[in-house]
Design a protein around this ligand. Structure first.
Ligand code: MIG
Length: 647
């Protein structure tokens, strides 16, 4: 049961696609509301309640005990107490005696205090009078999430190649750099589907340009790679360089498509290209115009993109020098204060005619960039596109995926990747993943192997790292055959992983879940967050600790333990309960639920060689409903081919 409450005149966020009549305010039962300068909602948690959700936030799967601020922000220091990440996913689920979900649908800042003081109080402070609140009641947290996913619309459907392995590094500059990455993977026998091009492919970091010296013939180059089954994925930043002669700049100025400041002139922000203007993605016509710019790339045969810097990230402005210190006097020290003034100084024209400062509608900016590019690519391409963005708001999941930004090469960040996946799934972001191996810092062999063994199971599986960090491609490390083994598992599992992703997307369900969602009533499973369910058949229990050879795994029911190594799959049946499992670096262990099957395909060097239907079956089930299609046709409904197989 879903009840909608409306307060003030809410901004259209496009998160919810279903229309509901608003209920009377007196019907709000789960929270008590206080109206002041903020809308303040509170409730009491039961001693044993778990709070799920909040998508891209730190601290783990159970959000209880922390304070989280929905205010999209570019901060690479992903510590446990970091209040804001790049996305705003304001949906939480209280798993108590009477479980319920709550979605605070507003693009303004929202502060969630989930019992941070240990007094049992959950409070939500929305910094606006205008919002919609959806309360969802149901029997179980999983049931509540499914209701929520039902009203926010279907996930974006990437092409099959987007489920392959991707290699990226900030620092690849030339056609030669990229060719070398392709050749080295081939040489090492490591499957690969795409290579990302970071900002250095551009002419002086200007969007919708290519540096001609570095890439003399992008069309020819992308065709050559495609011949080998490889895709190029360029980055696109939010800001448009101020430069006469940059046609996107000139047209944007002429048509007044850029955001203006309080003086009514175009707002200037320094980002990678120098001073830029920000497109006002809040306007339909601007979104259309921006989306159409991707033609520059699609004309060269490119079909995959990552959108960056769209919180938006700002280095400096006309009024604020780069090194301004946080404005502590304002009181709120854990806020990105030095940028607050920037965000208050540029404005958006909403489709309903109102004008709002970026600060007031901040959390929608990146999501609307994603929408603009997703819709543009939808018009430009006759096939599915790959798109993932750094900033997001619920609703953007219908147009693209997300990655979790600038993590680091640490074991803590690997664990955080595991915790993020189910929370992101609860908020609709099925196509997601972290920078495998870590963005900041230097990754070592052990961490990369363990991290790859986790990423095998996340829809976005991309190795990415920052400039000035140690090279992190698999072939840079000793005993490259171990990396080949781990990455190859991804490809052997693709018939299952792709099928499960598409089923989850088309049915508006989760792909990656906490154990508690599949084993309600199992008290032990309820508190395990370093193991995950992936699709209907698989449970993973990855090794997340340095220097260990295995771990303790909890099995809520008897399962098939599958050990993958260079020799292939070995399966044994194991009983329910706790079990110590050895998992050396060159092997990956995962579990298949009792009575379930996993189809595994043949070894390939990329998805262009993959036959989704040429599979053998692992596990103890008798039937598996496999989803398979050509991997690129847009209207999957029509190309859908559901098979039932007898073991
Ligand atoms: O200020 O384009 O999160 O993935 O490599 C840094 C360079 C800008 C941030 C992205 C990261 C990317 C980097 N970008």
């Amino acid at each position: 049961m879903i009840t909608k409450f409306s307060y003030g005149t809410p901004v259209e966020t496009f998160a919810v696609v279903k229309d509901f009549p608003s209920a009377g305010h007196e019907q709000l039962r789960h929270f008590s509301r206080k109206k002041g300068t903020v809308q303040y909602f509170t409730c009491m948690l039961g001693e044993e309640d778990i709070v799920y959700g909040l998508g891209e936030t730190m601290r783990g799967v159970n959000k209880r005990g922390g304070r989280y601020i929905s205010f999209n922000y570019d901060d690479p220091h992903h510590k446990d107490d970091m209040p804001s990440m790049y996305g705003a996913h304001n949906f939480l689920i209280v798993d108590g005696e009477e479980p319920f979900g709550a979605f605070f649908d507003t693009p303004s800042k929202v502060v969630f205090d989930i019992d941070s003081k240990g007094s049992g109080v959950l409070s939500v402070a929305c910094e606006t009078q205008d919002l919609r609140l959806y309360i969802i009641e149901g029997e179980t947290p999983y049931g509540i999430v499914k209701q929520f996913l039902g009203i926010i619309g279907r996930s974006f459907l990437p092409p099959l190649w987007a489920f392959g392995y991707g290699q990226s590094r900030w620092g690849y500059k030339t056609e030669r750099d990229i060719s070398r990455v392709a050749a080295k993977h081939e040489e090492a026998g490591i499957p690969l589907d795409y290579i990302c091009m970071d900002i250095d492919y551009m002419d002086r970091y200007i969007d919708f340009t290519v540096n001609k010296r570095r890439f003399p013939n992008m069309t020819g180059f992308s065709a050559k790679l495609k011949g080998k089954g490889l895709h190029l994925v360029p980055i696109v930043d939010a800001g448009i360089k101020i430069e006469p002669g940059n046609p996107v700049y000139s047209e944007g100025v002429e048509k007044e498509y850029f955001c203006k400041n309080h003086e009514g002139t175009f707002f200037k922000a320094e980002v990678w290209p120098g001073m830029t203007h920000f497109p006002d993605f809040f306007q339909e016509k601007v979104r259309r115009w921006f989306g159409d710019q991707y033609k520059f790339y699609t004309d060269s045969g490119l079909e995959g993109f990552w959108n960056d810097m769209n919180e938006p990230a700002i280095f400096s402005t006309e009024y604020r020098a780069k090194d301004t210190k946080p404005d502590v006097e304002r009181g709120d020290v854990d806020q990105p204060e030095r940028h607050i003034a920037d965000f208050k100084d540029f404005f958006h024209r909403l489709d309903d005619g109102r004008e709002k400062s970026n600060y007031e509608v901040h959390n929608l900016y990146g999501a609307l960039m994603t929408r603009a590019s997703g819709e543009g690519l939808g018009r430009l391409l006759d096939r599915r596109y790959l798109l993932f963005s750094r900033s997001s708001y619920i609703g953007a999941h219908r147009y693209g995926g997300i990655w979790t930004g600038d993590n680091a090469s640490t074991w803590e960040m690997l664990r955080q990747n595991v915790y993020h996946m189910p929370s992101l799934n609860m908020c609709g972001f099925l196509y997601s993943g972290a920078d495998t191996g870590g963005f900041g810092g230097n990754c070592d062999r052990e961490l990369l192997l363990r991290w790859l063994a986790v990423s095998v199971f996340t829809p976005l599986m991309r190795n990415h790292t920052a400039i000035f960090t140690r090279n992190q491609e698999c072939y840079r490390f000793r005993k490259v055959e171990d990396f080949r083994t781990v990455v190859s598992l991804r490809y052997r599992l693709l018939p299952y992983l792709y099928s499960e992703f598409m089923k989850a997307a088309l049915r508006q369900d989760m792909l990656i879940r906490p154990l508690a969602f599949d084993y309600p009533g199992d008290e032990k499973a309820r508190h395990i967050h370093d193991q995950l369910m992936v699709g209907e058949s698989v449970m993973i229990a990855p090794v997340l600790e340095k220097g260990v050879k295995g771990r303790v795994v909890y099995l809520p029911e008897p399962m098939t333990e599958v050990r993958w190594s260079s020799e292939g799959f070995t399966c044994i049946e194991v009983g329910a309960g706790e079990r110590t499992v050895m998992a050396p670096l060159h092997q990956v262990v995962f579990y298949i639920r009792k009575g379930k099957l996993v189809p595994v395909g043949k070894q390939v060097s990329n998805t262009s060689e993959l036959d989704l239907m040429d599979v053998e079956l692992l596990g103890t089930g008798t039937e598996y409903e496999q989803y398979a299609d050509d991997g690129y046709t847009k209207d999957c409904g029509l190309n859908r081919c559901v098979l039932r197989r007898k073991a």
